[in-house]
Design a protein around this ligand. Structure first.
Ligand code: 26V
Length: 803
């Protein structure tokens, strides 16, 4: 690459005749899509082998990123962009009567994740590759990714997402490298020549087949891999079959295959579901077996393994890596406990992504023990030694020891399993890391603070700016030159133009073009006509009470009430755009989606508001939809309750596309404020410290409701019948203790200051130059939030990789 056009045409014809026995120019679009993807995949396979071999020959240390989620999104455009061949493909395709954009439209949005954590994993793979690190992602080849969301009569419904029917073209199966993973049964233990031996009997074994998905970096020879495991029945149980026990052998079959069937679509609470534990163990066991096998093949010894590999645990979901790596070292390679534990500790590192207590993973001992008997024994021993160690440090402080232990109260606490072993532990924003080290993990921090550090999240901005927003990116290319394509900090040169009226006007024009494109999408999908001269105010993220989409709606209802009361109430036209999936079982979240849709129905059609405010709920929020919304945003809503959002990454994607943040001092918003300065952001609401004080001194919502008659009317609207549905549960959640404490996420305590911030935005937007400059300053100061910077910090401060 780059290839001459005739050579590419020749290759496409060759693949076309191999796959479909026709020439490329006679293919249908879907066939052409498969031909092009196959060509890219085969090219990447070759490049990956070359890159990997060249690095491994130098005995370079490599990192394995273990994650139950990789929210890949589409691949074709990203790969062509990274390889620098997009233009060439446009040309060759059009010579063959095809439009590359039509093929892009066929590329499935691989939704192998729920939200921020899964998307972050992909952004990091992208940046690691761009910077020539040898990095391998490990996850599961879910047949069904995150569900497809449909809104029916205002209510979220979930439908299966069969991404593989087209997505399979990106995968390369490696049947020959399959490994076996066992569940259930009992442990058998004995001594042999003075050595402890153990094995599982009566267990059920599944075969795990790896599928490679290749990861390109920008403008580099490096190509890495994401390895996805698929579980299948080992070999058809012929003996059962010959006994006539057909059904049992079939049952075995479906049992195995169900493990990699579907992604758990919840990111809000631990459910303790057996199948989820099996998925986690499949990921850990299959990946670690293949990692250790590879190491032994290359080095013939485990003595140096901790110098050659780092294994990263992305949140606690792959925490079983700790006991599984112990098992492999001890049971399969005869290392002693102490040798094995020291190695595990040097190899394993862990990132925490949430402080929400409901999301901190734990498993019932009963379940853990029956599914993973050997792993349970090892975990028990880790805990026994841990408790002994802690008793020396905190003698007689049973409460603290219990809090810090891996097993207590009938549960295995996965975060403590990671804390007890990993040699580096990090949070994902400065504030989040502070909360970890001074709050939930402080007892561990106080014993050994050197293990803890912060790595503020970052984004693959070449996807989120360059590919998603070609209008802006091409403009910046002309204005600033190509430096920012490899160094995000080069965007800061845009600051030199902050008083340049032409540049401000150009940026405004680009934003309006992007808004027009989104307006078209909204009109096609929602049948709503929105005004591109209104403020596009965007809140796109998973639906969670702590993220406070509700606060946003309460404000919208407030505007409606004000306008209804007084036709002359001045308001800057605004379009409120939402995108959010709720976990299927999270009823309150689903009710909030329903409320947003009811508010949209009323407000978009009411004569008092219809030309001033529009409310749009965009169905099926996903990576590819985010890529359409983000370039068109004026305002980025980041309004979580302070102390609850670990970092946020949507805030960074919106910022780099010129949206101005309206946010609380939460997660990475704190750092965004530092970068842009207080004049280029709207900060409102109680700080994390104030939140603690309010909650500990007994939060009384009526102190806030009684002070603000409009707030009272807003709350009343939830049940008055003026909306097409009534929302008594939402009202109860805000004003009664029926669902835990009233308004546990302090929507009402932050309401007044939110309204004021929105009013300030209105005034600023009416001054085009002022708002345009704020927008420019957001683009110019986004450099810190590049995933290129984040992964360098991981590489040097956590994994100890060399360039
Ligand atoms: C949690 C759980 C809980 C158990 C059930 C299954 C499940 C699946 C996913 C999760 C993930 C929750 C953590 C998460 O996504 N955190 C988000 O991570 C982003 C990347 O660091 C960060 O920007 C967001 O603030 C944080 O909420």
């Amino acid at each position: 690459m780059p290839l001459p056009t005739f050579e590419l045409t020749y290759k496409l014809n060759e693949i076309s005749s191999r796959l479909f026995s026709i020439s490329f120019n006679n293919t249908t679009d879907i066939q052409a899509y498969k031909v092009v993807c196959t060509y890219i995949k085969e090219l990447l396979a070759k490049k990956q082998t070359e890159f990997y071999n060249s690095q491994i020959k130098k005995e370079k240390k490599q990192v394995y990123y273990m994650s139950m989620e990789f929210l890949v999104g589409t691949s074709l455009k990203n790969n062509l962009f990274n390889l620098g061949v997009e233009k060439l493909f446009f040309k060759v395709l059009s010579e063959n009567g095809k439009n590359l954009n039509d093929l892009y439209a066929l590329d499935p949005d691989a939704g192998l994740g729920n939200g921020g954590l899964g998307r972050l994993a992909c952004c990091y793979m992208d940046s690691l590759t761009t910077q020539n690190f040898v990095a391998t992602g490990f996850s599961i080849r879910y047949e069904f990714g995150i569900f497809k969301q449909k809104i029916i009569d205002g209510w979220q419904m979930e439908f299966p997402d069969n991404w593989l029917d087209k997505g399979e073209v990106w995968l390369r199966p490696r049947e020959d490298d399959a490994v076996y993973v066992s569940f259930g049964g009992e442990t058998e233990e004995w001594y042999e020549n003075g050595h402890f031996k153990t094995k599982l009997k009566n267990c059920k074994t599944v075969k795990a087949i790896p599928y490679d998905m290749f990861i390109t970096g920008y403008n580099t020879k490096a190509v890495n891999k994401l390895v996805l495991w698929s579980a299948v029945v080992p070999d058809f149980d012929m003996s059962a079959f010959s006994r006539g026990d057909y059904l049992r052998s079939l049952e075995q079959n479906t049992m195995a295959e169900v493990i990699s069937k579907v992604l758990y679509p919840a990111d809000d609470h631990t459910e303790g579901k057996r199948l989820r534990l099996k998925q986690q163990y499949l990921l850990c066991s299959a990946s670690l077996q293949s990692i250790v096998n590879f190491h032994l093949k290359k080095y013939k010894t485990l003595s140096n393994i901790e110098e050659k590999i780092a294994i990263h645990i992305n949140d606690t979901h792959p925490a079983l890596c700790v006991p599984e790596l112990m098992r492999i070292f001890m049971d399969e390679h005869d290392l002693s406990w102490d040798e094995a534990f020291l190695k595990c500790s040097k190899i394993l590192t862990y990132t925490n992504h949430t402080v929400m207590s409901e999301a901190l993973e734990k498993w019932s001992v009963e379940l853990f023990k029956t599914e993973l008997p050997r792993i349970y024994k090892i975990t028990e021993e880790i805990n026994r030694r841990l408790v002994k160690y802690l008793s020396d440090i905190y003698p007689n402080d049973y409460k603290k020891i219990d809090y810090m232990s891996v097993i207590s109260d009938g549960y295995v606490k996965m975060y403590n399993l990671c804390l007890s072993c990993c040699h580096k532990i990090n949070g994902v924003s400065a504030l989040h890391t502070k909360i970890l080290t001074e709050g939930i993990f402080k007892d561990y921090y106080n014993i050994d603070n050197a293990r803890f550090l912060n790595v503020t999240n970052g984004i693959a901005y070449r996807r989120w700016l360059c590919q998603a927003n070609p209008n802006l990116s091409n403009y910046l290319l002309k204005l600033l030159g190509p430096g920012f394509l490899t160094d995000c900090n080069a965007l800061s040169e845009l600051k030199n133009h902050k008083n340049n009226k032409t540049v401000l006007t150009d940026l405004y024009t680009i934003k309006q073009q992007n808004k027009a494109a989104l307006a078209k999408y909204i009109s096609q999908n929602n049948g709503i006509k929105v005004d591109i001269n209104s403020v596009f105010d965007v809140q796109i993220k998973r639906l969670h009470e702590y993220k406070r989409q509700l606060l946003n709606v309460l404000h919208i209802l407030y505007l409606y009430i004000r306008l209804k009361e007084d036709k002359n109430f001045h308001i800057t036209p605004k379009t409120f755009i939402f995108g959010a999936k709720a976990s299927a079982g999270y009823i309150m979240a689903k009710q909030i989606i329903s409320l947003i849709n009811s508010a949209a129905e009323l407000i978009n059609n009411s004569p008092v508001t219809k030309d001033l405010i529009k409310v749009v709920f965009l169905e099926d929020y996903r990576v590819s939809l985010a890529e359409k919304i983000i370039p068109a945003a004026d305002i980025s809503e980041q309004i979580s309750l302070a102390g609850k959002e670990a970092s946020g990454t949507g805030n960074m994607k919106l910022m780099i596309n010129g949206a101005v943040t309206l946010g609380t001092l939460d997660g990475a918003n704190v750092e965004i404020l530092k970068c842009v300065g207080k004049n280029n952001i709207y900060i409102f609401g109680n700080t994390e410290k104030q939140v603690e004080e309010i909650l500990s001194s007994g939060y009384n919502v009526f102190n806030y409701i009684n002070k603000n008659p409009y707030l009272k009317q807003v709350l009343n609207m939830l049940v008055s019948g003026e909306l097409n549905k009534r929302f008594p549960d939402i009202l109860d959640s805000l004003t009664t203790n029926k669902y835990g404490i009233a308004d546990r996420f302090l929507n009402l305590a932050d309401f007044d200051s939110y309204v004021l911030a929105q009013e300030e935005i209105s005034r600023a937007y009416e001054n085009k130059e002022k708002f345009g400059r704020m927008s420019l300053m957001n683009i110019a100061n986004a450099g810190l939030f590049s995933a290129d910077r984040s992964v360098l910090e991981y590489a040097f401060n956590i994994w100890d990789l060399k360039r």
